[in-house]
Design a binder for this molecule. Structure first.
Ligand code: OFO
Length: 175
């Protein structure tokens, strides 16, 4: 049975994962409209993943006798200055999420809730991967600089990344 403090903290994390999904969805839509089909595919897939993270938490809270609350969400920004600025925001957002997961893990240890602590290890690993991926993307964008053909290949390659993760069709509505 979850204690009230942990239930509240998990519900906060549900909100953050749902917000992440919305933010990446808004970014995907912007990229699609701007003609970056590969970046859009990558971000649509990322948005779906964040929704899955939210759902996994919500189901866990319910399974443990708590109530996973579906939160209201603020509208994410619909406009981005450019691809580099967009991915810088992705990286900063992933760092913020990692910090929040770490805080959650810390609360579990203080409250001696080893079940939730164990459950959260999946999120710890996931954040390591997602942060590394975001840093990798930023490194590539820094190399490209303002080069247009470089950006063409970046868009093509990042589509491949989404396809490899099983999300290549997401930009076409999951067909
Ligand atoms: Fe939920 O993994 Fe990123 O934020």
């Amino acid at each position: 049975m979850l204690n009230a403090k942990i239930e509240k903290a998990l519900n906060q994390q549900i909100l953050l994962e749902a917000e992440s999904s919305q933010i990446y969805l808004a970014m995907a839509s912007w990229a699609e409209v701007e003609g970056y089909a590969g970046i859009a595919a990558f971000l649509f897939h990322h948005s779906d993943e964040e929704r899955m993270h939210m759902l996994k938490l919500l189901r866990f809270v319910n399974e443990q006798g708590g109530h996973g609350v579906v939160p209201a969400l603020p509208a994410p920004s619909a406009k981005y200055k450019g691809v580099k600025e967009l991915f810088q925001q992705v990286l900063e957002h992933e760092i913020l999420v990692s910090n929040e997961i770490n805080k959650l893990v810390d609360i579990c240890l203080k409250e001696k809730d080893y079940t939730t602590h164990n459950f959260l290890q999946w999120y710890v690993s996931e954040q390591i991967e997602e942060e590394a991926l975001a840093r990798n993307v930023m490194d590539k964008l820094k190399l490209i600089g303002g080069d247009k053909s470089g950006m063409y290949f970046f868009d093509r390659d990042i589509a491949g990344l989404a396809a490899a993760e099983g999300g290549g069709a997401d930009a076409e509505g999951g067909k």
